[in-house]
Design a protein around this ligand. Structure first.
Ligand SMILES: *Cc1c(COP(=O)(O)O)cnc(C)c1O
Length: 243
């Protein structure tokens, strides 16, 4: 299993480098976030040992479950899932360094309040629903700027940029407008020069569309299946594997 994982990781790193070079960007400007939902701690460790430094989880329960298995190995953990307000207290126990999925005011207010009470701060990205799909979380593009202005006033939250999940489509010409829209909102927000707000991060692009995202300015790409899930060998290979 380890050989496959390391092979997949190498493939993704090569894809990132190639995509960056193709659009005259420095590959070092783009961070790989390992989307580790459903992946057990021992497999995450393999990737961290291979030099990876950033993981992202979707559920507070999974962070909790894997915490002991990962805490001795240096890494950064971002939250990329839908955060329920009743989980705020919990999530603050597990050294999450950034919540990438801040998408509504009640969450922002409650998170800020709790952080203030604990004398902490939290980096956040604003999640924007650029695809317009009702099934996707994220603030509507038209509401993004007013929302950023409100969050900017909450002293325990440090806005670092934006996050989006593009349209799930193999067709570049359909995904591309989602990423472009995020970039456009970033530029609009930057122009406001809000005190304390940094707009440097664009977290966009996953296994299937990371090249497009990098071309459109991604600074963080979030990859799961192409590293942990995709089967590069036929099933017979797994049937012979002892686990
Ligand atoms: C699962 C997930 C990813 C990674 O998607 P893959 O297609 O598995 O690479 C990225 N972002 C978020 C928010 C996710 O939940």
């Amino acid at each position: 299993m380890e050989a496959i994982l390391l092979h997949n990781l190498e493939t993704i790193l090569n894809r990132i480098t190639k995509a960056a070079i193709k659009c005259n960007r420095n590959p070092d400007e783009i961070r790989l976030l390992l989307a580790t939902k459903t992946v057990p701690a021992d497999r995450i460790r393999m990737a961290l040992k291979a030099g990876q430094t950033l993981i992202g989880e979707n559920k507070v329960q999974e962070i909790k479950d894997k915490y002991a298995g990962l805490k001795d190995i240096p890494h950064e953990n971002h939250f990329i899932g839908h955060l329920q307000t009743n989980k705020i207290k919990d999530i603050l126990k597990y050294s999450i360094s950034c919540i990438q999925s801040l998408d509504r005011l009640d969450l922002a207010l409650k998170l800020n309040e709790r952080l203030l009470r604990e004398n902490k701060t939290m980096e956040v990205l604003i999640q924007v629903n650029t695809s317009g799909e009702a099934s996707k979380f994220g603030i509507a593009p038209d509401d993004a700027i007013p929302f950023i202005k409100e969050v900017a006033q909450l002293s325990a939250l440090r806005i670092k940029g934006l996050m989006t999940i593009g349209l799930f489509s193999a067709e570049t010409e359909k995904v591309c407008p989602c990423f472009r829209l995020l970039k456009q909102i970033q530029e609009e927000a930057r122009a406001l020069e809000l005190p304390g707000v940094e707009m440097n991060e664009l977290s966009m692009g996953m296994s299937g569309d990371l090249e497009t995202a990098i071309e459109e300015g991604a600074t963080i790409v979030r990859v799961g299946t192409a590293i942990f899930g995709q089967r590069i060998y036929p099933d017979s290979y797994y049937w012979n594997e002892r686990s």
